[in-house]
Write a protein of this length. Structure first.
Length: 256
């Protein structure tokens, strides 16, 4: 609302100068008398009716300014949380661990767009062998999502990175409700220690990981999934591989 107010005041000042109703050094609509305000309003209306494109230009300018402000805020938030994003000590790392570009994904197994994004991320990693992928478990769609993420984190703690990768990919494609029966069957189908994983799900260590990731998401003003952090940009929502590749190339060019 403050941006709209500033834009309105700026537009009113410009129009007042164009219409010759105010001195060039200052213009304060609040200081006008009722008669002056009515006359000025009539002139503004007439001008806008004759030049309606001015309204679109103002809206476009406001959107550009807001986008620039948001991008600047995102850069600052990413810089302030870079260590937690890239080196938290527990998130699974895939792709090329030594890649020159890091892609961080905040995801939820029950998120339809996360499932849609999964093959696109895989396509990007396959096409570009120099990207490091970091997955952040961010279950926000109810208890079933939390249950699935607890299972994935427990699988990593019990079986290591390979076990997590298998479970992660299986949960993304899981069509059934993630409960003890389906997850036991999933673990056994992957030849993993189902009993130990299920027993670890409610451990303090698993809870701590999920809480730390949630706190990081709050610090970054992330409230939806999937959300990607790519270089110094926050990408909120699903993106196909070709669009992510354009951003990757731009980040490389910026870093060179």
């Amino acid at each position: 609302m403050r941006s709209l107010s500033r834009l309105a005041t700026g537009a009113a000042t410009a129009l007042a100068l164009v219409l010759g109703t105010a001195p060039a050094h200052a213009f304060d609509p609040a200081a006008m008398s009722d008669a002056e305000r009515a006359a000025f309003g009539a002139q503004v209306r007439a001008y806008l009716m004759e030049n309606p494109k001015v309204i679109l230009d103002a809206v476009n300018l406001l959107e550009q300014q807001q986008a620039a402000e948001e991008a600047s805020r995102d850069e600052d938030m990413i810089a302030a949380n870079l260590e937690a994003l890239h080196n938290d000590g527990y998130s699974w790392v895939g792709g090329n661990p030594d890649g020159d570009i890091t892609l961080v994904e905040f995801m939820d197994y029950r998120c339809g767009y996360c499932r849609k994004a999964a093959p696109e991320v895989a396509k990007l990693l396959q096409a570009d062998g120099n990207i490091r992928l970091i997955v952040k478990e961010f279950p926000i769609l109810g208890e079933a999502s939390v249950y699935a993420s607890r299972f994935a984190v427990a699988a990593k703690q019990v079986g290591g990175d390979d076990a997590y990768k298998q479970v992660h990919e299986a949960l993304i494609e899981l069509g059934a409700e993630p409960n003890e029966v389906t997850l036991r069957r999933l673990a056994e189908g992957l030849s993993l220690d189902a009993d130990t994983i299920l027993a670890t799900m409610d451990s303090d260590a698993v809870t701590q990981e999920l809480m730390q990731t949630r706190a990081l998401a709050q610090n970054l003003a992330i409230s939806g999934t999937p959300t990607f952090v790519l270089g110094d940009q926050l990408l909120r929502g699903y993106l196909p591989a070709d669009q992510m590749k354009i951003i990757v190339d731009a980040q490389r060019e910026e870093n060179s």
